[in-house]
Ligand binder design. Sequence first.
Ligand code: HEC
Ligand code: HEC
Length: 317
Amino acid sequence: MTAVVLACCAVGAVTIGATLTLGPRRFTLSRANVPAIATEEYGKRLLAETTELLGPHNPDPKMHYSGSGLTCGSCHLGTGMEPGTLGLLQASERYPRFSPRTAGMTDIEDRVNECLQRSMNGRALPVDSPEMAAMASYIRSLGDRNAAMGASLRKAKEPPAFKTPDRAADLKAGKQVFSDQCAKCHGADGAGLLATANPIHGYVFPPVWGPESFNDGAGMHRVLTAARFIKARMPLGKADLTNDEAFDVAAFINSQPRPHMANLDRDFPDRTAKPIDTGYGPYADSFPIEQHQFGPFAPIEAYYKKLKKSKSPGKKG
Ligand code: HEC
Ligand code: HEC
């Protein structure tokens, strides 16, 4: 009995009341059906061992939610506990919120599902599954950790920001950066290094392109998002690239083959809200697709700044 009670109260750390509110669909789990395994601890394991638990090589096909060899922690370093780029310490403060990509309200659960479908090239978990409840509960618990750390300590630990060079990315230079600084871990073919001969154990160094990497609808497939991450985090343990190197190598990685996501043209129903480095159309401007993929971005930025100004009432003239 004690084990059940403990499991219940680990979830209950979010709300120990009779109900637990999850997601924008606001359904309630009564104490009786809070999944006993949906603990923060299980949530953390799901972020760290995503390949084993939810990956394409899990012996139970029903558990194939990720279609890649990545873990959540491959991008959200330290299972989201590292301050700064792609850290999840502040995620719980940011939801629920409006998502221009889906033109609807999103909560943590929806955002996790977007990463599952895009960053992990998989499919959405049911919002009321123990796995989703556990991950959401873990991510919400990071908010308490963040509060305990305090904003100034978190800021002090954040890596330096990326500044976009005012030019198009140079794929040839990016290829050189990759072979000099990245290939020793991620492999010359970008396919990463498996932990053991059995792919269920996942990767020691995750694939940065190819069939087991993120798909072309992922945030990491946007060159500025990738450059920000790479500048802040890579090469792992060093993170000493210049803005130019991070920009070029991000473009090189994202020019390589990877899984394709269907129906990307339906993203961002309001096209003026589409991030300027989204690598697929349609767009609300007439810049060529290559410019959205690789820059230069300053002219696109200037175009949307002007458009916004002309649209916002009271700022005319
Ligand atoms: C290939 C890299 C990658 C992988 C793998 C990945 N994510 Fe993400 N994730 C991102 C990017 C990029 C964003 C967008 C960050 C932004 O908007 O600034 C994001 C955003 C999020 C957010 C919202 C953060 C915020 O503060 O708004 C959550 C929560 C999240 N991811 C959870 C997960 C979980 C859970 C998994 C595993 C099931 C996962 N992610 C796998 C790249 C990844
Ligand atoms: C010392 C080994 C090492 C080096 C060198 C290295 N990485 Fe990584 N990289 C990793 C590991 C390990 C992860 C996953 C993070 C984790 O598990 O903590 C990762 C994650 C990534 C990811 C996100 C996950 C994915 O697979 O898409 C990208 C993108 C990435 N690295 C790009 C680069 C680039 C670009 C360079 C060269 C500038 C580089 N890395 C150099 C070890 C390395």
